[in-house]
Design a protein. Structure first.
Length: 202
């Protein structure tokens, strides 16, 4: 219901909405050269570090209460550009106010768009990035266990001394190396290839 209300408000402001094969949501303001990724999720409440630093400078000892962090329902927005950060807004589901939230997000998009002199990254609905390939491998390792080829692949990818990235070429996974001509090729069996096909766009 929240997303429906947000989409309705964005459409009223002539924004385009694109949803990728992976479920990413991108909002593109009218006449904008930058798309904004929208995410709705739960996040653990963060400690206010600057405020904590001020307290430690004033007091020698601080008594901290042992509490369990409560997840906060959050709507987040990030420009689809390199080196950008998420803009997060906590949201109370019980109180609603989706229209006010949409207005705040739209205003933030317009402010950021004016700061960008060059176009942002292209939104591609049916492509797979290296990060997507790595995510499938790590999921396969967790699902099938240590005896699976995915586990060996996952371990190799996570080694910063070996792996500089990963690519999928037909039925082979290529672990990219920092050194020229030292890339490692892993041939996928029928079972592993079929697992990849479950999650990759056609």
């Amino acid at each position: 219901m929240l997303l429906h209300s947000l989409f309705k408000s964005f459409k009223a402001n002539n924004c385009s909405i694109t949803i990728t094969w992976w479920g990413q949501i991108f909002i593109i303001p009218k006449h904008s050269h930058t798309a904004f990724e929208l995410a709705v999720n739960y996040q653990v409440a963060k400690v206010d570090i600057p405020k904590f630093d001020v307290l430690t400078n004033k007091q020698h000892f601080i008594r901290l209460r042992l509490t369990t962090p409560k997840p906060v329902y959050t709507v987040s927005l990030k420009a689809h550009r390199t080196r950008t950060k998420w803009y997060c807004i906590p949201f109370d589901l019980e109180k609603g106010a989706a229209l006010e939230l949409a207005a705040s997000l739209y205003k933030e998009m317009l402010i950021k768009v004016k700061r960008y002199p060059t176009p942002g990254l292209e939104v591609k609905k049916h492509t797979s990035s290296n990060a997507n390939i790595a995510a499938i491998i790590h999921y396969g390792a967790a699902k099938f266990g240590v005896s699976s080829p995915f586990y060996r692949l996952s371990k190799t990818i996570l080694n910063p001394l070996i792996s500089a990235g990963v690519e999928l070429i037909e039925r082979s996974v290529i672990i990219k190396s920092y050194y020229p001509r030292r890339d490692t090729e892993f041939r996928l069996g029928y079972k592993e290839h079929k697992f990849f096909k479950l999650f990759l766009p056609n």
